[in-house]
Design a binder for this molecule. Structure first.
Ligand code: C2E
Ligand code: CA
Ligand code: CA
Length: 643
């Protein structure tokens, strides 16, 4: 080794390429892992890939630079300068991108984001500008005519490093509340470790591990944020990975086919699949498709996602897999529902896919499969729209909301032969959709806890109309309003009802509440308490849909209902066989004997009417008299109080 080479080595401290070679190897391993593992590909995934690439460039340039320095007598100087600048670009680009990366999870405000980006960008330009100008104008790193190395301002590198690490640490700590704590600690911890190693190697005149120090925090990002471990038993990835895949496919406009398997036996449990099933599921992913990804979104639900571009003949494979599944089903005898979906603009939110799945499954027989068709997507989109309107109705909280309208079905009072009561029934009039019927929105409203907001509006509008009718001298005994048992569970229920009636200013006994039988003991006790409390104030109670559930007489007798509404199915049954007629007759006379009034629902024909009158009917309701009409038209049915 000649004297000049000695100086070079001296200038660069004790450099050995081990650190950089390990970094090169690690970067390659990362790229391999990132290709085969399922990583969360959010916005920052690209940034992370460039960060790893920049480290690879830095490590290769660093090794190259030192090799060239050792043989600098025989190589052109610009090659050395070039590799050195490239190495610095690699380092500082990595740090610049680190700042860009952390901006995202910290959700910085627009203005702060701008300031931070321009600070990090300016630092990058200044550092690189100094580096290049120092060589070109010979005030920094350069080689003279004798190939002697000169280097001034070498501490600028350390300053740049500390500036970026400081900026990142400041951001993380200042906005610490905005990040998952584990991730925050992991990044800060690895930054700290890097800083310590950098300090230790500096104090020993070493420079072999510089690139490795840049690597450590990148490992933390990859591991903590992007790696999503497979379920090693069946090779599936989890729900957040599934949602991430959906977002990715949507953004890239890539078509995916989703094969969804629900096994109800495992849903909502922590039960492990038997080993043979694990094996079968693994096979399904590997044998039939090219690069299919299996997601396990809940314990009993798996979704196999197929990229159409990579599987042009996916339809054939889908049939093969179904055939194979049927064979396996013979063996395992586990219940299932299979749904085929595809990525669709109708499903705009990542959560929509699971909702769509549940929607499809809800109308399927067990052990069957269904392929989603255009109409299914349209129905689902409609349902989603209704749901968003319901949410808005609750949010707005306007008792006069024009989207909720009251229809009424007049009820015939047998004793007087007049119409003096009615049932209030809900309809929605939604912009762009017209009238929506209860079969669509009531289950949705119940499922999403929005029903009470609707009921309050119906009650309010009904009270307002009753007040008007009473004011005009009409004989209104009462109007009944439907409520669900889930509403009664709310401790505020009684106060809500009473305050609406009082605020409008009508007597309490002009309102009746219809509820169906409760399902369990706890509900039963609450319902009983609520009925007792409101009945004290004069509000009447109807038992709705009697005869549709598993009627428990003991319990019904314990509840002080005023009217029992016999469901239309009982009226129909009477028309078909004598046994049923006898049974209904007995039930009705038993209720009458115990001072309950009997109301028959769904009276459509003269025969229905006749039979019901013979079976202790006090009230009759049905299409024979009137379909539900807008509450404003009720005036045509009621009569004025005789003066
Ligand atoms: P329900 O309380 O049993 O209401 C009676 C339903 O039977 C009404 O359907 C009514 O239009 C229909 N109906 C009346 N007479 C006849 C007839 O002669 N033949 C036949 N085939 N049907 C008849 P609608 O209005 O579609 O309501 C359906 C269900 O939606 C109601 O059943 C009730 O469970 C629910 N619902 C309606 N409005 C409300 C509400 O304001 N709150 C709550 N919680 N549920 C409501
Ligand atoms: Ca009802
Ligand atoms: Ca009913």
């Amino acid at each position: 080794m000649n004297a000049a080479a000695d100086t070079a080595i001296h200038y660069y401290g004790n450099y050995s390429p081990v650190g950089d070679i390990i970094v090169i190897g690690t970067c390659i391993v990362f790229f391999v892992l990132m290709k085969f593992a399922y990583n969360i590909k959010n916005k920052n995934y690209r940034v992370l890939q460039v960060m790893i690439s920049s480290l690879l460039v830095a490590a290769v340039s660093n090794v190259t630079c030192h090799i060239l320095l050792n043989i600098r007598d025989s190589v052109p100087a610009f090659l050395i300068y070039f590799s050195r600048v490239l190495m610095h670009i690699g380092y500082f680009l990595n740090l610049f991108l680190f700042v860009i990366y952390v901006k995202e999870p910290l959700q910085l405000e627009k203005k702060t984001r701008k300031i931070i980006t321009s600070m990090a960008g300016t630092a990058f330009l200044v550092l690189m500008g100094f580096d290049i100008c120092g060589t070109v104008f010979r005030f920094g790193f350069y080689m003279d005519e004798n190939k002697q190395i000169h280097e001034a301002w070498s501490y600028l590198f350390a300053c740049g490093y500390i500036f970026y690490v400081g900026l990142i640490a400041f951001l993380l700590l200042y906005y610490r509340g905005r990040m998952v704590r584990q991730i925050l600690y992991a990044i800060l911890g690895t930054l700290g470790v890097s800083l310590v190693i950098m300090g230790v190697q500096g104090s020993h005149g070493q420079s072999s591990f510089t690139t490795a120090c840049f690597m450590l925090p990148v490992i933390a990002l990859l591991y903590m944020i992007h790696s999503n471990p497979y379920n090693i038993e069946i090779g599936a990835v989890n729900l957040s990975a599934f949602e991430d895949m959906i977002t990715y496919a949507h953004n890239k406009k890539q078509k995916r086919i989703l094969m969804c398997l629900l096994m109800p036996e495992f849903e909502g449990t922590g039960k492990r699949y038997p080993r043979e099933i694990q094996e079968t599921i693994r096979q399904f992913t590997q044998v039939y498709f090219n690069e299919a990804v299996l997601f396990q979104v809940s314990n009993g639900r798996m979704i196999l996602v197929i990229d159409v571009a990579k599987n042009p003949h996916y339809e054939e494979s889908m049939h093969l897999i179904l055939d194979q599944f049927m064979v396996e089903h013979q063996r395992f005898q586990l219940d299932y529902k299979i749904v085929f979906l595809q990525t669709s603009p109708a499903l705009s939110e990542k959560h929509d896919y699971l909702r769509m799945l549940q929607y499809m499954e809800s109308s399927m027989e067990i052990n069957s499969f269904r392929m989603a068709e255009e109409k299914d997507y349209e129905d689902f989109a409609k349902r989603n729209y209704v749901l968003s309107q319901l949410e808005d109705i609750k949010k707005v909280g306007d008792l006069n909301d024009p989207r909720v309208s009251v229809y009424c079905q007049p009820v015939l009072n047998i004793a007087t032969g007049k119409y003096d009561t009615a049932e209030a029934l809900m309809r929605l009039s939604l912009p762009g959709m017209g009238m929506v019927f209860p079969d669509i929105f009531i289950p949705l409203a119940e499922e999403h806890n929005l029903i009470h907001a609707l009921s309050e509006i119906i009650l309010f509008k009904t009270c307002v109309r009753i007040k008007k009718l009473l004011g005009q001298g009409f004989n209104v005994q009462r109007i009944s309003v439907n409520f669900t048992v889930s509403e009664l569970k709310d401790p505020k229920f009684c106060d809500d009802i009473k305050s609406i009636i009082n605020d409008v200013g009508i007597p309490n006994d002009k309102i009746a509440i219809e509820i169906t039988e409760s399902q369990n003991d706890r509900e039963f006790r609450i319902v009983k308490d609520r009925i007792n409390e409101l009945r004290k104030d004069g509000i009447k109670f109807y038992l709705d849909d009697f005869g549709t559930g598993y009627s428990n007489f003991e319990r019904i007798m314990e509840l002080p209902f005023d009217i029992i509404k016999f469901d239309r199915s009982l009226v129909i049954a009477c028309g078909t066989d004598e046994k049923s007629e006898k049974m209904v007759e007995h039930l009705a006379s038993m209720f009458s004997a115990m001072n309950y009034s009997v109301l028959y629902e769904g009276v459509e024909t003269e025969q229905d009417e006749e039979k019901c009158i013979h079976m202790c009917a006090k009230y009759l309701q049905g299409y024979k008299y009137s379909k539900p009409i807008p509450i404003d038209d009720l005036i045509k049915w009621f009569e004025k109080v005789a003066s």
